[in-house]
Design a binder for this molecule. Structure first.
Ligand code: ZN
Ligand code: ZN
Ligand code: ZN
Ligand code: ZN
Ligand code: ZN
Length: 329
């Protein structure tokens, strides 16, 4: 629905009028056939009739378009305040009307004194409630009820304690009922919220448990993998660690061609056993041969055999030993 023609200053251009309500266009929409109407007038029409209101052709609501230049022209028209009839003389551009109405001193407001049904202009409300309202308070009843007397009751001497108390009681009961209703409504809402929160919480909890289980599983998997890796590494270490070798050496020129030392094969190898180790092999000596002794070999056992040839008075030593070592580098 558009704006009443008589609210505008001077005569309004007929192009600004809606063909349906015959008032000044409010939110103008145009049809594909070029007719313009207020959006509030044309939309229900097109939805119901599926045609242009001037009956020229069939159209659908989707085919209606805003006419911004026309709208802007109309917004510049000067219009009287909504409260003109209440006494406001303001004339503002249509685009500023809402702003003015919001703070117009002539806007209608109801009196807040209980029992008063007067509607006043905003600027008169204070004076009415304070000075002229028949229902404004006029002291406390001193006949026993202790309720507040209104000016009307005071003037007419019409106050009756019993009646006043009954009315007061009824008002209180109404208030209790409405508060109770509100309380129940809020309780229901709170319960709903609580249920929703609990559901959310349990969802989060089970998700957390699932994640924990997943990680537990992964942890076990990795632990097992680490265990098996450790085992295979230890096994391959041991493999290379010990290999028993038996070597037979014949004494040559009073020597077997190698030196031994007590302790560990290497100072930094703290975890290998103490024992007797080969520390030096004499070059081209009896021990210096392929598959023979090597430096760092551990001597496990020594067997000595003495053979005395008739023509030779010197004993011939046969050295037999077993060696094992990691450090064949
Ligand atoms: Zn209209
Ligand atoms: Zn048309
Ligand atoms: Zn006004
Ligand atoms: Zn009043
Ligand atoms: Zn009283």
């Amino acid at each position: 629905m558009g704006f009443e023609l008589d609210r505008f200053k001077g005569t309004v251009d007929p192009d600004f009028k809606c063909n349906l309500c015959n008032k000044v266009l409010e939110e103008p929409l145009t049809t594909p056939c070029g007719h313009v109407f207020c959006s509030g007038c044309v939309l229900p029409w097109v939805v119901q009739q599926s045609s242009c209101p001037v009956k020229c052709q069939r159209i659908s609501a989707k085919e209606l378009n805003h006419v911004l230049p026309l709208k802007n022209l109309i917004l510049k028209l000067e219009i009287k305040c909504d409260n003109h009839a209440r006494g406001c003389d303001a004339v503002v551009k249509l685009q500023h009307l809402a702003e003015h109405t919001e703070m117009c001193e002539f806007a209608p407001v109801p009196c807040r004194n209980r029992g008063c049904e007067d509607v006043l202009s905003l600027r008169d409300l204070g004076a009415h409630m304070r000075d002229t309202c028949e229902h404004r308070p006029a002291g406390i009843c001193d006949s026993g009820c202790g309720l507040t007397l209104t000016h009307k009751e005071h003037r007419l001497q019409s106050h009756c304690c019993v009646r006043a108390l009954k009315a007061h009681n009824t008002a209180l009961q109404c208030k209790i009922i409405s508060l109770d209703r509100e309380f129940k409504k809020e309780t229901i809402q709170a319960n709903k919220r609580e249920k929703a929160l609990l559901a959310q919480l349990s969802a989060v909890h089970s998700e957390l448990q699932m994640t924990a289980l997943k990680y537990q599983k992964k942890f076990t998997e990795y632990s097992e993998r680490i265990d098996s890796l450790t085992k295979s590494v230890a096994f391959s270490c041991k493999e290379s660690e010990t290999k028993s070798v038996a070597v037979v050496l014949l004494r040559e020129g009073g020597t077997l061609g190698f030196n031994i030392v007590g302790g560990r094969p290497c100072a930094e190898e703290h975890d290998s056993n103490e024992g007797i180790y080969v520390s030096k092999i004499v070059e081209n000596g009896p021990a210096d041969k392929e598959d023979g002794l090597q430096i760092h070999d551990k001597i496990l056992e020594v067997k000595v055999t003495i053979q005395r040839a008739p023509q030779d008075s010197r004993p011939n030593w046969v050295f037999s030993g077993s060696a094992a070592d990691v450090h064949r580098d």
